[in-house]
Design a protein around this ligand. Structure first.
Ligand SMILES: Cc1ncc(COP(=O)(O)O)c(C=O)c1O
Length: 395
């Protein structure tokens, strides 16, 4: 039993989401605002991780280090145990965060002007990795059918051939919706990439938080040939809330693809690991599974509260989530435009992410990050309710 109800003062650690300066400058809000924008969680970290970091800090040597075998063993074991995914040590490369890694991947496998495909709505840095490197971004809109997203395979296939797509950056489970792709969908997607000679980059960093009764399948278990045609991007950053350690890893079984990527990483001087990241990841994977499982149940209960709450606001529609801690809410019938929506949430002294952040197809939606202690969530919902009642009085 872990105390996930405990509210920790995240302002103390300069958490970006909670910083008074960010709240004021970015959102025009005061220090009592409850931030629901950034995709991180507000729980105290798993005790084993904190203990490992304190032990490491006590050594008093924070100079250059290397990646020890215990890191590889922890990664290999975690992937096998929890995801039934077979990985070899040589396939793993520790990197400095998924977003920067995506930039290197784009640099390694495409030339300026070449096409990269993503599905939208999408986590904006997927697009940035493409555009910042002067490659051409192509988007295949997810189909919203019955308040659930589906891949548009016909459109993706057409774009792969017409736009000469070289790389496809895929999000599984999907951010912002928390949709988990089925094994059949993943097979079809893998098959498409293989037939069109498109390198599949699969970002599975939200997979650690899968709700009860849902089945997550790693892309590698969906098609026997796809490991040889893909780069898997993984990290404990979402499940264990370690984003500030700026560390992630890629897994690349194909020696030619791996060599090309390693060359690019060398050009960008990706060398010794973050000294605190290795013990944190080892403690997360080897000793914190029970904490993670409890946290998942807690977040799923939070999500249920979100469904129940927005059920009472007929102008809103929450997309049922299968994973993660992000509520993706359709508010097209509620607000005339994004400015009105933003004003509403800011009046309630809450931050959130507006739908237009997600490259395209997100307009009219809002994303709330709900991985927080229950009392905090209830307070946030109360604020929304109060503002909603005020709004109703004036219409
Ligand atoms: C799909 C996805 N990929 C990557 C990241 C960020 O990863 P990192 O902190 O390792 O750069 C996020 C963060 O929200 C995300 O949602």
């Amino acid at each position: 039993m872990y105390n996930l109800d405990k509210i920790i003062d995240r302002k103390q650690g300069n958490a970006r989401k909670w910083s008074n300066q960010v709240l004021k400058e970015k959102f025009g809000l005061d220090e009592d605002a409850i931030p629901m924008d950034l995709a991180d969680i507000d729980f105290e970290v798993a005790p084993a991780i904190q203990a490992a970091l304190m032990k490491r800090a006590s050594i008093g040597d924070y100079s250059y280090s290397y990646v020890p075998d215990e890191f590889y063993d922890a990664v290999i074991d975690w992937n096998q145990r929890r995801y039934d995914t077979y990985i070899e040590k040589e396939w793993i490369k520790l990197t400095f965060g998924t977003v920067s890694t995506l930039h290197y991947i784009v640099q390694a496998f495409t030339k300026k002007g070449e096409g990269v495909l993503i599905n939208t709505p999408a986590y904006d840095p997927f697009a940035e990795a493409v555009v910042n490197n002067e490659r051409e971004l192509f988007c295949s809109s997810l189909i919203n059918r019955g308040n659930r997203y589906y891949l548009d395979f016909d459109d993706m296939e057409r774009q792969m051939s017409e736009n000469d797509i070289k790389l496809f950056i895929f999000c599984s489970p999907q951010n912002p919706s928390g949709r988990i792709w089925t094994k059949e969908e993943l097979f079809q997607l893998a098959d498409l990439c293989i037939r069109h000679n498109v390198l599949l980059v699969c970002d599975e960093i939200h997979r650690d938080i899968v709700y009860k009764g849902q089945k997550f399948t790693s892309i590698w278990n969906a098609h026997p040939e796809i490991p040889q045609h893909s780069v898997l991007c993984l990290s404990p950053n979402k499940g264990f809330n370690l984003g500030g350690l700026k560390t992630s890893y890629v897994v690349v079984p194909n020696p030619m693809i791996r060599e090309t990527l390693l060359e690019q990483l060398k050009r960008n001087s990706i060398t010794s690991p973050h000294v605190f990241a290795v013990p944190a990841i080892v403690a997360a994977y080897n000793e914190s599974e029970a904490w993670l499982d409890e946290m998942i149940d807690y977040v799923e209960e939070n999500m249920q509260l979100i469904y129940d709450f927005f059920e009472e606001i007929p102008e809103s529609k929450v997309m049922p989530a299968e994973s993660s801690f992000l509520a993706w809410i359709d508010v097209r019938e509620w607000f005339k435009n994004e400015a009105e929506m933003t004003e509403f949430f800011h009046r309630a002294n809450l931050t959130m992410v507006v739908g237009s952040y997600f490259v395209q197809d997100g307009e009219g939606f809002v994303r709330l990050s709900i991985g927080m202690p229950r009392d905090l969530l209830l307070e946030a919902l109360n604020r929304i309710k109060r503002e909603y009642m005020n709004m109703m009085e004036y219409v």
